[in-house]
Every structure is written in C-alpha cells, then in structure tokens.
Write a protein that binds this ligand. Structure first.
Ligand SMILES: [Zn+2]
Ligand SMILES: [Zn+2]
Length: 339
C-alpha cells in the first residue's frame, strides 16, 4: 500500500497529527468491524483500514528520532519486535553471563481491535439512536446539531471493552532467560528467537550497555587496563602486591624497572566467544610526602650500607664515581705533582 492511499483510506492527508490518525482509525474500525457491519465488503474494508493505519504508524515510527517507543507493528504479520537495553557489568561482558529478563509490552487488543469498546445492537442512550445531539452555542439562542460524542454518530450504544479496560491495548508480560556470550561489547544488539504470547509473535532485541567499572577500563581498541597506586618502597624492593583482575585478585611481583605490567589472557575477549586478550596494569609508586623520624633513620641506614657496598665493588658505577672524585680531589691538593 502506498502512503498516499493509506492516508486516503483513513480520510486524512499527511498533515494529520498522530492523534487524528488514531482517532480516524478507531472511528473507521468501529464502523467497519465485520462483527458490527453486515455489509459484504466489511471484512475487506477492515483489512484495508488496518493496513493503512499500520503503514502510517510504521512510517512515523521510523522517522521518529531515537524513539524510546520501539515497538513496531509489522505491516502484515502480528509479529512485533520489542527492543530493550540490558546493562551488564564489565565482568559479565568479559566472562559471559545468563540473565533472566522480565518485562512487558503492549499490543492492540484483539477483542475490540484497538477501539476500546464494543458496539451493541441497541440504540445509543445519549442520542436515542439519532446519532446527533443538539447543543446550545451562544447564549442559548443558537442551536447546532452535532454528531453524538458517545456513539460517534451511528446511534448505537457502546460498551467499554473489558479485556483492555477501554484502552484498546493489552499488556503481555514476558520472562526470558538469555545467555550473553563472553566478549559482548557496548552497543552490541542481540536478537532472540521469536516467542509466542496469546496469538502474537514477539521478537526481542537486546541492546547491550556495559556499565562503567570502578577498577577496570576498556579501551576502544579492546585492551583492558587498570591503574593502581602501589607502595613506593614495595616497588623499589620488587615485592609482591595484590592486583585485581576480572578473574579475581592475584599476586603480582613488582619490578622497580617497570611501571606497566602485562597479564596475558586476563583481558577482554578479542571477539565474542574468542580468546581472552591481555590486561595491562600500570602501577603508580607512592612515597610518603615526609618520612617520620623512624623511617628517616631506616633510610639513613639503608643509604649508609649501600654506599659501603658500592665502595667495595669496583664494577659498580657509584663506587667508580666515588674513586674518580677522590683521585681528582687529592690531585688538586698536591701542587708538586704537575708543576
Ligand atoms: Zn479491548
Ligand atoms: Zn449517540
């Protein structure tokens, strides 16, 4: 069905508001529903009206910028695709996880085909079946006839649809268990197999959102990183420290020549279900701003003993330097040597 024809079917043009479209559709459905209309072509008209309405709805949904209302009625089938976001922690994305998702989506009530009401055989009590009501306009001396608001002008009594409480839509609750593969990334979309609810087929699309992590960061290139402060003396002394990894806390040996450490196979999977990449830990050695007297004394001891050891070692640059200074200094004090 082309767009022009769709609007014409509803008696509107493309300038109509969404509200006008829905109102026109409800009015036409009330008029042409085969349960209520004995005309031979009522069923065919009903199909055309619904097709036109779905065509326009879909057209407008597609144009809507990033609409949060993501249900789209398919043009010909009762299948709907329901889209929702799922937040995963970084660990869940790295290791994979199973989630039970609950929610609900709404669809057009099939008892009243979205009109929210049923048309009865008896006459409308408001207009007594005439389809028109009189209404005083100005100071009560002008009288207009208006279409009856309760029956829409056809003079037949309406009753609220009990299946949808008059809303024209019915909610369907769903519960799905979903396995997210290891390595799923922010922005990935998972399409689940169609499920059936009432007489409706429902497709579920999940948009993955990975939550920011308090410890790890995932770079755009897929490298998992962590920056952690370490005790500067422990780093100087090449001691073991505990490092967080997605697999739990691990022991790692510091090395005073290195600030960045690569933990192979502890990072983010290179692709969904792929092998784990590397995890880079950057350490930031932290020293106290001021050592207390006891620490100061320990540092003095450390300096003294390492100076003694350096002096005794001819291969050590510090010892070589001290000897060079000593020779140069004693040469200056001995004027007889060069003159
Ligand atoms: Zn209903
Ligand atoms: Zn009426």
């Amino acid at each position: 069905m082309d767009t022009q024809a769709a609007y014409e079917e509803l008696g509107l043009d493309s300038s109509a508001s969404d509200g006008q479209i829905k109102a026109a559709w409800r009015r036409l459905v009330a008029e042409w529903h085969p349960d209520r209309n004995a005309a031979a072509d009522a069923g065919r008209r009903m199909q055309l009206i619904n097709k036109a309405y779905q065509h326009i709805r879909q057209l407008r949904d597609d144009d809507a910028p990033d609409s949060p209302a993501t249900e789209k009625p398919g043009p010909d089938s009762p299948k709907k695709t329901h889209t929702r976001k799922v937040n995963l922690s970084l660990e869940e994305a790295i290791l994979g996880c199973t989630r039970t998702l609950r929610g609900q989506f709404s669809h057009t009530c099939k008892d009243c085909v979205g009109t929210g009401q049923h048309v009865l055989a008896k006459r409308c009590s408001t207009c007594r079946g005439s389809g028109a009501v009189r209404k005083g306009a100005l100071f009560g001396w002008l009288w207009n006839e208006e279409s009856c608001p309760d029956c829409g002008g056809d003079g037949r009594q309406r009753e609220q649809c009990t299946a949808c409480n008059g809303s024209g839509e019915r909610a369907v609750a769903y519960r799905r268990q979903v396995r997210f593969p290891a390595g799923v990334r922010d922005g990935h979309v998972l399409s689940l197999p169609t499920s059936h609810h009432d007489d409706l087929e429902m497709g579920l699309e999940l948009q993955v959102k990975i939550e920011p992590h308090p410890i790890f960061t995932l770079d755009d290139d897929g490298v998992l990183r962590c920056e952690m402060p370490v005790n500067g003396y422990a780093w100087m002394a090449s001691r073991w420290v505990e490092v967080p990894t997605p697999d739990g806390v691990q022991q790692m040996r510091l090395n005073r020549d290195a600030l960045v450490y690569r933990l192979r196979g502890h990072g983010f999977p290179s692709a969904p279900r792929g092998p784990r990449g590397d995890y880079l830990v950057k350490v930031v050695p932290v020293f106290p701003k001021h050592e207390d007297p006891a620490q100061d004394a320990l540092l003095d001891q450390l300096i003294a003993s390492s100076t003694r050891r350096a002096a005794a070692d001819r291969t050590q640059p510090l010892g070589q330097w001290q000897r060079r200074i000593k020779r140069w200094n004693s040469g200056k004090k001995d004027p007889a040597r060069d003159q």
